[in-house]
Every structure is written in structure tokens, then in C-alpha cells.
Design a binder for this molecule. Sequence first.
Ligand SMILES: O=C(O)c1ccccc1NCC(=O)[C@H](O)[C@H](O)COP(=O)(O)O
Length: 261
Amino acid sequence: MNILDKIVADKRIEVTLRKQLIPVSQLEQSVLFERPTISLASKLKNSTTGIIAEHKRRSPSKSVINQNLNVFDVAKGYENAGVCGMSVLTDSKYFGGSLDDLLIARASCNLPLLRKEFIIDEYQILEAKAYGADVILLIAAILTKEEIKQFSEFAKSLNLDVLLEVHNEEELHKSIMPSLDMFGVNNRNLKTFDVSLDTSKTLSQIMPNEFVKVSESGISSVDAIKELQPFGYKGFLIGENFMKTDDAGKSAAKFIKDLKL
Ligand SMILES: O=C(O)c1ccccc1NCC(=O)[C@H](O)[C@H](O)COP(=O)(O)O
């Protein structure tokens, strides 16, 4: 079984339990449910830097990245650094995150927030909205075309932006539909964990221009961004490079300053 299959198998059990603990009616009563959302896609379109900075404690590829930072400071730091949006990993077992992280990030900044999760059920989209997200991630590798359509249309009905993630051409072809805002190309091969910016470069050629293009994973230098921009990328999702430092916000601020030079 590969890592994505394992994560999804665990996620199905987790979501079944969560649904029993917190019914949909309770999620819909969250004060955040009525909050006007902020569009990450619009911010990226109008930005020259396009950084989406992630809160990531650990991962299957690196195990521990940093357990010492607190999400409140990280969110404030990213906002002060001038990032376009923040990604918050909410999976607990593999990434050490939680929905409380999302809630704390929401309370501490006004950035568009991406719920970074393995979404396999509409219930998780309602959770995203109830805990203050503006954007959801859908991963083509774990969803059918029908599920991508159903979940993206449901997210749009809640005024959430949709970032659809692909790893290869086949996933890209099956996913093209009007209910998406952004296409993300993940540079990390989830079987070997190798990262290569060539994945973003190759897939950019066949990606329709009406979607905002985001390059994800393995970005650790300003040069990498300068290399990807000519391929039409407007967004760059960066986790480990900031989170491995003592001050993720400060690290993001220096990165953005260098990028603007
Ligand atoms: O990061 C992993 O090891 C990983 C493994 C399996 C599924 C997903 C994984 N990462 C999720 C992400 O998309 C990244 O956290 C995100 O793109 C940031 O990547 P990085 O800048 O390399 O931390």
C-alpha cells in the first residue's frame, strides 16, 4: 500500500467517527459559517510574489520538521511577512495538525486560509467552513472525476475557493472543470518522495490558462520561483523551508524581500 492509500484508509475511519461526534447541524451553527470568505485565487492573480506559506509540524517524507512553533505566532509572522495566503495542515496522524490549528490561525490573521487535508467526504468541506477556511484542497489522485465535480461544486456553494492538486497528465485531464479556481502541481512524487520542479514545468504546458497555476512542494529558494514564473505559475506553496527554522514568519519575510530584489 502506498502512503496516499494508507492516509485515505485512515481518513475514512476518522471521518466516520467525526460525523458521529459533531453533527452537520452543529457545524452549520459555527459563527464562522457566516463569515465572508477571502479569495486566494484573486490575491494570487494580483501578486508579484504569490507565496502560500504552510504550517507543517511533520510529514511522511521528513518525519519531524518543527514541533516548537506555535500556530498563532506562525500565522501572525506569515501575515507580517506579506504572504498571499496560509496553508494549515489539519491531518493529525501523519502531519501533526488539527482543526484547532485552523481555528487559531483564523483568530490570529486575516490571510486567506487553505485547509490542507485529504478530503474524501463533503462533511470535511463543512468542517473547513466552520473552522474558518477560505480554500479547500482536492487531490485528484484520491478522487474520481464525479467526486471532484461534486466536492468542488459543494465548496463553491459555500463560497470557498478550490485548489485541485495533480501529480501527472492523467490526473490533470480528468480534473478540468469550471468549478475549480486553482490548479496545483505537486512536485513531490508520493511513492519515492523525490521532488522535481520539472513536474510543474511539464504539466504547465497542458494546463488551461483560465485557472490560477500553483506549484507545490520542494520549493526552497528564490531561484526556484524565478525558474517557475515563466511557466505561468502565480502561486508557490512552501512548507518545510519556512517551518524548519526557529521563526517561520521571519524566514518568509526574508524570502519575500529577496524575491522582490
Ligand atoms: O510532505 C509530505 O511528505 C507529503 C507526503 C504525502 C502526502 C502529502 C505530503 N505533503 C503535503 C504537501 O502538499 C506539502 O506539505 C506542501 O506542498 C508543502 O511542501 P514542502 O514545501 O515541501 O514542505
